[in-house]
Ligand binder design. Structure first.
Ligand code: KG4
Ligand code: ZN
Length: 327
């Protein structure tokens, strides 16, 4: 299975065998192109995908040691994401599927993030609670079977990654904000400032917009506070809520496993606390590698392989769906 991912600012292609064996995974990030704008510029992203997609696919095939005729199917992300960016991947995948006379499989980007864990730990037991935290999404999902999901909760305002990016921008730490906060927080005291934990003990939905405002207000009132302490205390508040809700869901619903997905799952404190909670609660916990947490095409190929088994090929008139939902 050749997987293609172009939903946001990563142009990626990967070759995966049987949904689990990653033969190659090539990711070309546009982060340097967008950094000076402080965020992803959709039109620039689309144009960069057009320029990069062909060499990235070629590199994925070469690195996997395969030729065109070895590919049995082509999967691409068709949503959610930026419409112009998605179209590049979808069009490329359809063109290759037509030329090679193999099935085309349209993949939901959120489902692909869920499959990142199965790629690295095929023994993961179901039902599993998956905490999916990225720049655009914050979702708590109960995965009951392959292709069977229950959305337990999501954010009512900002996504967790968005909160990291906005707070980092305010603190002058640059873009993307998540890795910058993660790095500077190491030098700070996470207990220095007690930021609010919105909705921590109320159901499975999240809210991060009040926390962002609390950070801004605190810095205005206390200009003497060090950036490291603010970053560490902010990160502590986000992680506290994320972990509390995931473990509550796992307990309530009798999940056998708990795993993380999405770009924010690369956060070092979240990874440590999440695994700590799993050990304390005696539940199988799994953290995908950092490379598998952020956008990549191996997870698209894996999700595509399962989709092909269950639903067969996708129609050739499948379009890009920017606001596609998981369920
Ligand atoms: O999944 P992803 O690569 O793209 C989306 O589908 O959104 O996630 C990107 C998000 C960004 O908001 C970025 O700041 C955040 O993931 N992120 C992190 C870390 N690495 C990336 N957030 C916190 N800590 C990190 N180490
Ligand atoms: Zn993503």
């Amino acid at each position: 299975m050749l997987g293609i991912e172009t939903s946001c600012d990563e142009t990626a292609a990967a070759v995966v065998v049987d949904g689990t064996n990653v033969r190659s995974s090539v990711v070309s990030s546009q982060v340097d192109i967008h950094a000076r704008f402080g965020g992803v510029v959709p039109e620039i992203a689309s144009r960069a995908h057009v320029e990069t997609i062909t060499p990235v696919v070629a590199e994925a095939l070469v690195k996997a040691g395969v030729v065109d005729s070895d590919i049995d199917a082509v999967a691409a992300t068709y949503g959610p994401g930026l419409v112009g960016a998605l179209l590049v991947g979808v069009s490329t995948a359809k063109a290759l599927a037509l030329v090679w006379d193999v099935p085309f499989v349209a993949v939901n980007h959120l489902e692909a993030h869920l499959y990142a864990s199965f790629l690295e730990d095929p023994s993961l037991e179901l039902p599993a609670v998956v905490l999916l935290v990225s720049g655009g999404h914050t979702m708590l999902v109960l995965m009951e079977g392959h292709g069977r999901y229950r959305l337990l909760g999501s954010t009512v305002d900002d996504a967790a990654g968005e909160a990291f990016d906005k707070v980092a921008r305010y603190l002058g730490l640059g873009y993307p904000g998540g890795p910058a906060i993660d790095a500077i927080a190491i030098e700070g005291d996470p207990t220095a400032i007690r930021f609010p934990r919105a909705m921590r003990d109320q159901g499975y939905d999240f809210s991060f917009s009040g926390l962002k405002t609390a950070v801004i207000n605190h810095v205005r009132k206390h200009p003497e506070a060090t950036t490291a302490d603010v970053a560490a205390s902010f990160q502590d508040a986000v992680v506290d809520v994320l972990v509390a809700k995931a473990r509550l869901a796992a307990r309530d619903l009798g999940a056998k496993a708990m795993c993380l997905g999405g770009g924010v799952a690369a956060n070092s404190v979240l990874r440590e606390r999440f695994l700590g909670a799993c050990v304390e609660d005696g539940i199988h916990g799994f953290l995908p590698s950092r490379a598998m947490c952020t956008d990549n095409a191996a997870m698209v190929a894996a999700a595509g392989w399962w989709r092909l088994q269950s639903d067969g090929p996708s129609p050739m008139d499948t379009g890009a769906i920017p606001n596609l939902k998981l369920v």
